[in-house]
Design a protein around this ligand. Structure first.
Ligand code: MRU
Length: 349
């Protein structure tokens, strides 16, 4: 089938294993400017993750895997891998990817680069498989709401929550997408609206506080988001405000889907209560994009993520199939086998 989706290369290894480097699209500048960061040392990769130049759980893992290659180029693979693991605490893909690199048991940049490229390519394939499983769940001819950016910019492929949207576009399935703005850093407005618009997906931007209204007015018939970490019982951490949407969806009788690859599951945590939630700086709320929009000395509370309880999630959409209902047993049946043959996240505990 012809691929109609023209994605930007937002994570790319440039050059060979011994002397090459990581090129990242700087997502903090979107949608105004398309500019790239050339990361030649691990500190640059760490900073790019921390300041959200590269963000979204799978993309963070892929960037960190390439960061490990840079660490190895400098003769400090393990030390620098452990440093990269301190960049952000919530997305388990970061620890999963770093552990996978370590499990190779080598500090040879060439072998590490092969593994990083494999992680990248596997993520691309997982996104497409998520799209295939998710497309039949989409309300054809209706509206679907998403939050933050679980799109191409957050992954190595066509995104997780956005994968069914891209496939719908590719196959002529009518679907109206509503994108939440996503305070405080506006990933929905700056990134999701931008990338879906580039692909000519029918997208309408709303402020976060309009979600209940579009549901009540019948403009939205389902919600789909991504995840940063999913516990063994299906509780899912994702961008702050996701939990609000799950509660609203329940009130309005709408299905609430979470789309994520198996690399986002952390079966070592029995529930979402144990997921570490990143707290971010006050200035993101007070003056995130320039002039202060609040008193500069106001007290703030700025968790980057929240946890949606499994009971509010209609189904988890993974590359291995749809998990419905969302129970510990069903998660174990679909994801447990996949993880038994791959590394367990260690660095996050
Ligand atoms: O803080 P961010 O922008 O990294 O948060 C991203 C999200 O919450 C995404 O929904 C999640 O990582 C899934 S990306 C496929």
């Amino acid at each position: 089938m012809p691929r109609m989706i023209d994605l930007l290369k937002h994570i790319e290894w440039v050059g060979d294993a011994a002397t090459g480097h990581l090129r990242l699209l700087d997502q903090t500048l979107l949608p105004g400017e398309v500019a790239y960061l050339d990361c030649r040392d691990v500190e640059a990769v760490w900073r790019a993750i921390k300041r959200l130049s590269v963000r979204g759980a799978p993309a963070i893992g892929i960037a960190a895997a390439y960061g490990c290659v840079i660490g190895a180029q400098h003769g400090e693979f393990i030390k620098q891998a452990d440093y990269l693991a301190t960049s952000r605490p919530t997305a388990v893909n970061l620890f999963w990817a770093i552990d996978r690199m370590k499990l190779l048991g080598t500090d040879d940049p060439a072998q590490l680069l092969d593994e990083a490229k494999t992680i990248h390519a596997e993520d691309e394939a997982m996104c497409r498989a998520i799209g295939e499983h998710g497309l039949p769940l989409m309300p054809e001819g209706g509206g679907v709401l998403t939050h933050c950016n679980a799109g191409a910019l957050a992954t190595g492929g066509i995104g997780t929550a956005t994968a069914p949207m891209y496939l719908a576009k590719e196959r002529g399935v009518e679907l109206a997408v509503f994108a939440d703005e996503t305070r405080p850093l506006l990933q929905g407005a700056r990134l999701t609206a931008w990338e879906l618009g580039r692909a000519s997906v029918d997208v309408t931007l709303i402020c976060d506080d309009m979600a209940a209204t579009v549901m009540r007015q019948g403009k939205v018939n389902a919600v789909i988001t991504g995840a940063d970490r999913i516990a063994a019982n299906g509780d899912a951490a994702n961008k702050i405000g996701t939990y609000n949407l799950a509660v609203l969806a329940k009130h309005h009788g709408l299905p609430f889907y979470v789309a994520a690859p198996s690399s986002t599951f952390d079966l070592s945590l029995s529930t979402g209560d144990d997921i570490p939630i990143e707290q971010r700086a006050a200035d993101e709320i007070i003056s995130g994009f320039g002039p202060a929009t609040a008193p500069v000395d106001v007290k703030t509370f700025n968790p980057a993520f929240d946890v949606t309880p499994a009971e509010l999630i209609t189904a988890l959409v993974t590359e291995r199939g749809v998990i419905e209902p969302v129970t510990t047993d069903r998660v174990a049946a679909v994801i447990g086998a996949a993880q038994a043959s791959s590394p367990k996240p260690q660095a996050s505990k």
